[in-house]
Design a binder for this molecule. Structure first.
Ligand code: NAD
Length: 240
């Protein structure tokens, strides 16, 4: 398979290129994303939200599959991903680590079982000081999993960046808090807090290679896969 990699100068792009080389797959190089997509069967993309519209168009034009790890997309960026997925195979994941995807599946099951009126859901994440978006894409995906388990829309119940006189916690809210500092690769915890017990799920990534390997696995999985928007859960065969 010909696996193109964008953002080669970035923390993730560099590691992905190493993993592609170690897998023995061919990695074409090109000066533009359009030329890279033409030369590739699939592109692994960890860049910046500002690049999403161009990369979506390039992959669609070239009929090239797209493994997208970039986070912090706005509504227009997400719409471009959905549009691309009508024509090509797209695997989009806020986190390509197998462990986090298992945590998300568990989060949804717990949220389904624990009444929102009794169990307050709070998500805490910490990342390195260079990270540009908050809450992290993974924290938001965990929030989506909790919201799905509760049968509500995350946007209607999300509460982030509490500061000042916030008033009491609204029933059913899903809270987010973000810490930034040092070189933390990625830490997430989800807490369900009731008056009588706490249940916590925690994930810590020590090495970005876990995301690079997951993305490579997703890229290999796209081979001969029909157009559609897939997740890492699909790649791993995790049932929700
Ligand atoms: P980085 O800043 O180290 O690298 C970003 C790369 O994107 C660089 O090569 C840069 O040149 C390129 N870039 C920046 N703006 C661009 C633009 N407008 N057009 C094209 N290329 C552009 O960042 P990173 O730590 O490698 O993370 C990259 C992205 O991947 C972020 O959105 C991050 O949140 C996300 N990420 C996702 C996962 C996951 O598992 N899904 C894991 C880690 C990081």
């Amino acid at each position: 398979m010909r696996i193109g990699v964008t953002g080669l100068s970035g923390r993730m792009g560099r590691l992905v290129a190493e993993e592609v080389a170690a897998s023995g797959a061919n990695r074409p190089e090109a000066a533009t994303p359009e030329a890279l997509a033409q030369a590739s069967d699939v592109i692994i993309d960890f860049t910046h939200a500002a690049a999403v519209l161009r990369h979506a168009a390039a992959c669609m034009q070239a009929n090239c599959a797209w493994v997208l790890g970039t986070t912090g997309l706005d509504a227009a960026g997400q719409a471009a991903v959905a549009q691309a997925a009508t024509r090509i195979c797209v695997v989009q994941a806020a986190n390509f680590s197998p462990g986090v995807n298992l945590v998300m599946a568990l989060a949804e099951r717990l949220a389904r079982a624990l009444p929102a009126a009794e169990y307050d859901a709070e998500i805490l994440e910490m990342h390195h000081r260079q990270k540009v978006d908050a809450p992290s894409g993974t924290a938001l995906a965990l929030g989506q999993a909790v919201a799905a388990g509760r049968g509500v829309a995350l946007a209607a119940v999300a509460q982030s960046g509490r500061d000042g006189h916030t008033g009491p916690r609204p029933e059913g809210a899903i809270g987010f808090a973000a810490l930034r500092g040092g070189q933390v690769v990625g830490e997430h915890s989800l807490l369900f807090a009731s008056a009588t017990e706490h249940i916590a799920l925690q994930h810590r990534a020590f090495d970005r290679r876990v995301f690079a390997r997951g993305a490579l696995r997703a890229a290999l999985w796209t081979n001969n896969r029909p157009a559609g928007l897939y997740s890492m859960m699909d790649v791993l065969g995790i049932e929700r």
